[in-house]
Design a protein around this ligand. Sequence first.
Ligand code: GLC
Ligand code: CA
Length: 543
Amino acid sequence: MSEPLGATWWRQAVVYQIYPRSFADSNGDGIGDLPGITSHVQHLRDLGVDAVWLSPFYPSALADGGYDVDDYRDVDPKIGTLAQFDEMVAALKAAGIRLIVDIVPNHTSDRHEWFRAALAAAPGSPERDRYIFRRGEGPDGERPPSDWTAAFGGSAWEPVGDGQWYLHMFAPEQPDLNWENPEVRQDFLTTLQFWADRDVDGFRVDVANALAKDLTLPLPSQAELDADDLPDGVHRLRDRDEVHEIYKDWRELFDRYDPPRTAVAEAWVPSAHRRARYASPEGLGQAFNFDLLLADWDAIEFRKVIEENLTLARSAGTSSTWVFSNHDVVRHATRYALPAGTDLKKWIRGDGTNPPADVERGLRRARAATLLALALPGSTYLYQGEELGLPEVADLPPEVLQDPTWIRSEGKEKGRDGCRVPLPWTSTGPSLGFGSGPAHLPQPPSFAELSVERQQADETSTLALYRRALAERRRLQTSETLEWATDAPDDVVQFSRPGGWTSVTNFGEAPVPLPAGDILVSSAPLADGTLPGDTTVWLRTAD
Ligand code: GLC
Ligand code: CA
């Protein structure tokens, strides 16, 4: 079966996630913007990424970092215009970089015109039917319809004053849409088409597993929802089988384009085999695999995760994805700096002091982990700033926190702002080259040393490593297979790719003998014929 040229570009791509409000600020208002991205396309080109995934840039009150969308077919005036979006796309395309945009279909914001209309309309009206309104318990509906809790804390139901409550699985400013309503389905197809027509190559689908819900009465309790003894596909709120009918329609639309538009599902589903359906060619095509992100720094665990996911992807007719960091999780340079099993939320609550982070070890392991993942068949998703080895900023003062988690948990959890601190482009200036004024989240002094400017001039920097690795990968990448070394020690993950490319990672502390071959890239300096601990090397070996 022959495929049109370029149709499968995403199968082994390196995709760089931009969180637009923290990437680069072109006008000094402290907020990153689209012209800021356009002005730094050269950085992406030098890095050698195949595509950018752009987190939400739509009009938003930022109740959840832009994942509360007021209008799916426009740009937030605080960060740009549609014309500037087109300029950004043109600049990326000129640099040979594709673009994936974030789509948030589970919920709109409470400022979306549909939700305003729903509030203005009566219970039972077509306006309310686009969302999930239910009557509350009690004579006047004064109690929530169920005891469900929202992901950011507090009740998942919000009253609107007439005995009705609406469902929000995330913040109250993010009312859940009713995907049984054909108008909702149609409108998202219109949105996808809008961006696909603007030369967008694909979509990252937010909480892709939650669109289909079953709210028939009686509603189960939260304890019943949390029970893990349910068969696959029948949970009331997530990963229901019928969610795939939605993506079948999306796929039909994607396949009308040349090259077909692609998509990647964010689906935190309970077991890996459930992920395959989101990733199938009849569905979204690819899905995030967070298993390496969740794994401890351990050779046996890594090997198991890799093997399982390659098998799974193959059986689903797709390629695997690999992820260590994104805008929702503690940066991996910091995760690896902490003892395995550290409660990360608690650690951030304590401003990142207990236990102390072993920054050097964390970065060393992060570099080794990324180099390993970049040698695997499939796509690697990088998060802005990881190419600089940025750590999580755990000691942001409470008064600057923006994540709804902070407010909704009543200060029990600080949330995700620590991985969203703006990038340091230079080593001086009010926001280290991010903009001409202070940034919307303050950068710690340690960011100055980690700036692009500084690392650019340093052969041994993390930035230099990423650039070298991406360039080599582009040259070496062939078919989607690997062969495990059968004689590798327990602490070592070693495999070869077709064409004579071998990746070796030493997860242990003691150096191990280096296999024969010419050294292509290594995540740390090598000493005479051995591979030190916490290090990955790529070798050119015989086929
Ligand atoms: C996804 C996003 C996250 C957001 C949530 C609600 O998990 O990655 O940032 O808060 O969805 O939209
Ligand atoms: Ca700005």
